[in-house]
Each structure stands twice: as C-alpha cells, then as structure tokens.
Design a protein around this ligand. Structure first.
Ligand SMILES: Cc1ncc(C[n+]2csc(CCOP(=O)(O)OP(=O)(O)O)c2C)c(N)n1
Length: 624
C-alpha cells in the first residue's frame, strides 16, 4: 500500500522513519503531477516544497502550531498531508477544495492567503496576540530563549515565504518589526528557489543567489565534513573546534547577512530536498524561542523533468498531458487580452520612444515578455511590489516618460493610495493596463478582479476604459498612450470571447441596457431574448466607464421604462452606481453582490449570481 494513503494527519507522518519519509516524498510528487494534470493548478512550487512540508509537519505540533503559507499557492502538499487527499480531484472547482489555504476548509489552515508577502506580518501578529494575556497583562516571557520556557508562548508561529514573496515591501516591514521582538518564537522559513513566477529579480535575490551558487561555501562545507568523517575517534573538544571552524567559515561566506541585521537568528542555508537535514534545522529553530530565519534551498518543479526545465510554465498551469508535459489547449482560439496588450504595446513603443513598461513579477501573465526582449532598457520588473511599481511610474511620468503598468486587477488593490496620492493627485500620465479584471474563476475569493471599478471610479483625474474585444483594447491602448495626458486605466479580463464589438441601437426601444467591457455580449444576448418576449432593447457599449458619454446615454435613456447596467464588478461603487449618480435616474444594476465570490468556472459563477443573458432577460421581463 502506498504510504501516502495512510497519512491522514501529521500524527501518521510522525510514525515514519527516514526511508519511509523519502518514499513518501516520491509518492507525493507522483500524486501531484497526476492530479494537477487533470485539474490544473500551481504545480512547480508544490513539487519544490515536498520535503520542506514533510519536515515541518514532522517537527511541529499541528494544528496547535500555526503555519502561514505566503501566497498560499504552495500549500497542496500541506493539504495532502492533512486529510484532503481524497478531495484533490475537486481542486479549484466550484464547491471543491481551494488552491489556497482556507481555515473554513480545515483546522490545519490557519490563515487565508493568496496575495504575496503577508505571512511574516500574520505570524508575528498571532504570536504577539498570544503574548498579551486576556486581561491585557503581558505574559511573563523572561525565560524565552531557553528550550522550554515555563511561562512562554504555547504555540509556534511559522511563516513559509518564498524568495519571490520576499521581494514584497510588506515582508520587509514585518522582518524589521520581528527583529525587535526577541521574546517571540517566530520561525520564518525562506523557501529559496531563485524563482518568482519567472526568474526572481532585485538586490536581495542577487545576494541570495550568491549564497545558493557559492562554490566556496559548498566546497568548504564538504571539505569540513569529510575532515570530520575521516577522524575515527575524535574527542569532543576537537569535534567542537572543527564545527566552530565551519561556523566561522559560513559566517565569512554568508557574510554579515541581511537577516542578522534585522535581528533574526539565521540558520542555513539548508538543502531543501533532504528531509533529515530539514528536520534537524527545524528542531533547532523551534528550540530557540526567538525570531529565527531558516534559509532553505529548493528546486522549483523538483522531480518532474518538464517542470524543472520550465518552472515558469508549470507555475500555474491548466490541464496538461503528464507524459509529455504538453498543455491541453481548450481556449477558443482567440488571442487573449494579455497577448493583444503585449503586441500592441510593442507596436506603439516602436513609434513612441517615451513608452516604458512596468510589471510586478508578472511579465508572462500580463503579456510583456516580447516587450522585455525587444526593449530591455524600457522594461522594468520590480518584483512583487505593486505599490512601488505605481509610484515608480509616477516618478517616470513626472520626468517625461509614458509608463504602462500591466498588472492584475486583484494585485493593484494594494496600491490604491499610490494611485490616488502619487499619480492622480499630480494628474500624471500613467497608463494602467489592468488584466484579469472581472471574475477570474478557479483562483476564487483571493484573486477576483471585481473591485477595480469601485476603487478607481471615484479618483479625480482618472479615466477608466473597458474594451469588449481585442480590437477595442488595441484602440484604447493607443488612445491612452498617444492621446491622453493624465492617468488612464484600461481594465479587461483574461479571455476575449471574440464577439464583434458594437453599440446596438434600436430606435424607439422599450429598455436601455448599458454594458461595460466584455459584458457586451451578455447584454446583446439578453436584448435578443427580450425581443422574443416582445420587448425591444437598445444596448450601449459604454467603452468609457469614466467619463461617461452622457450625451449618447441621455439621448437613449429618454423615455425608457427601464435603464439597466451590466458589469462584472461589485455593485457597490461600480459602473451601475456611477451611471446612476451621473444620470440622476434609477438604474437596474446587474453586478456582483456585497459578498466574497467563490471559485469555479466563470460560467458557473455568473449563473450563481444571476449574470447570464437568460437570467438578466428574465429579470427585466419581470420588471417590465
Ligand atoms: C501581491 C501579489 N502579486 C502577485 C502575485 C502573483 N504571484 C503568485 S506566486 C508568485 C511568485 C512567488 O514566488 P515565490 O514566493 O518565490 O514562490 P515560488 O512559487 O517560487 O515557490 C507571484 C508573483 C501574488 N500572489 N500576490
């Protein structure tokens, strides 16, 4: 029987010896490749973290101790080991298990994550909360620093953070704070694979890479070990002496590490695919009862040839053939919006030398790879640092460039103040190319792009556009770069349905429907259904969410029994609300409600929230 099939909780894992743990890692890898090839998901990161997760589960007392998985996309192994193996065929599906940690799914998931660089703050916050007694008196932590503080905290708090997530500013804010809390038993596990989604960028990544590839460290380590091994009966003092040399050498090589400067104990670097070594270093970290950083070196995609060779492709992947690594293509053949953005931007940048492109660690996802290759001096990958990206763009715009920041809607949320204070207040010409807007489907609650209209429409000076098809996106990008001189946001989802873009005017119609972005095809379909009920509807493709084409809208709103809006944003603060405030008329709004929207196929989600053409038409017939 497979060992994996006997593991239902960490207690089962603790019964295994080293050999069995090794076999378990192999079984987990095989399981993950097979399972994710059928559901899609974040494969490469999980293949890289198998031994690390096994070791943490072996050493810690879960669920009493708390692991916070940064981003959370690498929590599949953790899910497999905590009783969710049998539900893996439902991964990321409607009603199925989430691709991210979710406390409502399991007591072993201690916090929701999905967006990067939050784990150190969360773990530290949890630990500090435990430190404070219910009556507000601090717990006596005088004995912290000893192995078993009688009066110390009862739980361990662990942040598992990748070197990519470490590029986010919030992680550094938290490290800075953590170092000042010397009585807190915080363990930060740095899962360093040299990769974000693409190759990791920046100064810290460079310095980590030095440690990773430094042959001096590797050789010296091996030499010292072989010297120790060759001495048949060494006395304790000699052994200690040699070990001390090892430490000194390591300090010389690792140097005055950044983490030590933050006030953290630095352990490592440790081979992240050696369970025995990992268990040893985690035990040590646990015994210290103070803020510790354990530096673990792993290989993204480990053990699956295709993912090791191309971790970027297998970071987040759809269904694929596990034998060949080939993606099973079930797209509609239309280029996605990201591809159109990338191509159009290259064309525009050829003519307009002021154009620069910025990404926050998502060159692939946002379609900027060609641009990066063609215009290396005008391309900036800032790491997972959306806030910095926006203000960097503001600086560039203030000095004569036209920056285009291509970013997912959900990740731009964290740069709200930078958009408002650093870009809009000075009316700077920054273009936001907002990808994955609307419902994102399988990533679920943490990644829905259904808030951007609400966080952009009320910002003065901001123009907000939404294309209904690829042609419109290309035109809008050209307009935003070459015809505007103030902040512009263009928001669009991943998929382009390929429907022709049109404003669909019926003279003397009964109802006016105004749609924004790709909801146009739904609006046109709803109008057709209404027609079959004897109700005629005019459909306006708004294109501009702000400023509205009030002349056109008012002209067609005149005398209509019902004016409706359709959008893939939340209702509150969204397009319909904005139209209502500008027109001063009551609007029937079709939008997402005031709740977090779960994972599932986009069509399933639209149906659940009444956003299909049939449901919209039915509702309008009812109201008519
Ligand atoms: C705020 C934010 N921006 C972007 C992302 C998209 N994203 C998901 S994982 C990832 C790379 C993470 O790299 P790392 O932490 O090193 O983990 P690895 O996948 O290499 O294991 C990125 C950029 C995100 N989740 N959150």
């Amino acid at each position: 029987m497979m060992i994996l099939n006997k593991i239902n909780s960490p207690a089962d894992l603790k019964k295994l010896n080293n050999q069995e743990l090794h076999k378990l890692s192999e079984e987990i890898r095989e399981f993950l490749v097979n399972s994710v090839s059928k559901t899609g998901g974040h494969l490469a990161s999980n293949l890289g973290i198998v031994e690390l997760t096994i070791a943490l589960h072996s050493v810690l007392d879960l669920p009493n101790d708390k692991i916070i998985w940064d981003v959370g996309h690498q929590s599949y192994v953790h899910k497999l080991l905590t009783g969710r193996r049998d539900r893996f065929d439902t991964l990321r599906k409607f009603g199925g298990i989430s691709g991210f940690p979710k406390p409502t799914e399991s007591e072993y998931d201690s916090f929701v994550t999905g967006h990067s660089s939050t784990s150190v703050s969360v773990a530290l916050g949890m630990a500090l909360a435990e430190k404070i007694c219910p009556n507000g008196q601090p717990r006596n932590l005088r004995n912290a620093g000893s192995a078993n503080p009688p009066d110390g905290l009862h739980k361990k708090y662990i942040s598992v953070i990748g070197d990519g997530a470490l590029t986010g500013g919030m992680a550094f804010e938290a490290l800075n704070h953590a170092g000042s809390q010397q009585d807190i038993p915080l363990i930060i596990v740095l899962n360093d694979n040299g990769m974000s989604i693409s190759k990791n960028v920046g100064g810290v990544a460079k310095s980590l890479n030095k440690i990773r590839v430094n042959p001096r460290y590797r050789h010296i380590k091996a030499d010292v070990k072989s010297v120790i091994d060759k001495i048949p009966l060494i006395g304790k003092p000699l052994k200690l002496f040699i070990q001390n040399i090892k430490m000194v050498v390591k300090k010389l090589v690792v140097g005055n590490s950044l983490f030590k400067d933050f006030g953290l104990v630095y352990l490592g670097p440790t081979d992240g695919h050696n369970v025995k070594k990992l268990i040893r270093v985690f035990r040590k970290a646990k015994s210290l009862n103070k803020p510790v950083l354990v530096h673990v070196l792993t290989t993204k995609g480990k053990g699956y040839k295709f993912a090791e060779e191309n971790p970027n492709k297998f970071h987040g992947i759809g269904m694929f053939d596990s034998k060949t690594g080939e993606i099973i293509d079930n797209s509609n053949g239309e280029p996605g919006f990201s591809e159109t953005l990338g191509k159009t931007l290259c064309n525009i940048a050829n003519q307009n030398k002021k154009v620069v492109a910025i990404t926050a660690a998502m060159p692939d996802g946002t379609g900027l790879c060609d641009f990066a290759e063609k215009f290396p001096d005008r391309f900036f990958d800032v790491g997972i640092a959306e806030q910095h990206a926006v203000t960097l763009a503001a600086g560039m715009a203030a000095n004569g460039k036209i920056p285009v920041f291509a970013v997912y809607s959900t990740f731009l949320q964290r740069a709200y103040d930078q958009i408002l204070h650093d870009v809009a207040l000075s009316n700077l010409h920054v273009v936001f190319a907002i990808d994955r807007a609307g419902c994102v489907g399988k990533d679920g609650e943490t990644h829905q792009g259904i808030y951007d209209l609400s966080y952009l429409l009320h910002i003065p000076n901001m123009t907000v556009l939404a294309p209904s098809c690829n042609t419109e996106l290309a035109e809008m990008l050209d307009f935003a770069i070459n015809n505007m001189n103030s902040p512009v946001a263009i928001r669009y989802p991943r998929e382009c349905s390929g429907e022709p873009c049109s404003t669909f005017i019926r003279e003397n119609a009964d109802i006016l429907i105004i749609s924004i972005g790709t909801m146009l095809s739904t609006a046109v379909d709803a109008a057709e259904i209404l027609q079959s009920h004897g109700i005629s509807a005019t459909v306006i493709n708004a294109r501009f969410a702000k400023p509205l084409d009030l002349e056109l809208i008012t002209k067609h709103a005149n005398g209509k029994k019902i004016i409706a809006t359709i959008e893939d944003n939340v209702e509150i603060g969204g397009f319909g609300n904005y139209v209502e405030s500008q027109l001063g008329l009551n609007i029937v709004k079709f939008a997402f409600p005031d709740k977090f929207i779960e994972q599932g196929d986009i069509a399933e989600i639209f149906e659940k929230y009444g956003l299909t053409a049939e449901q919209i038409a039915e509702k309008l017939v009812e109201l008519y």
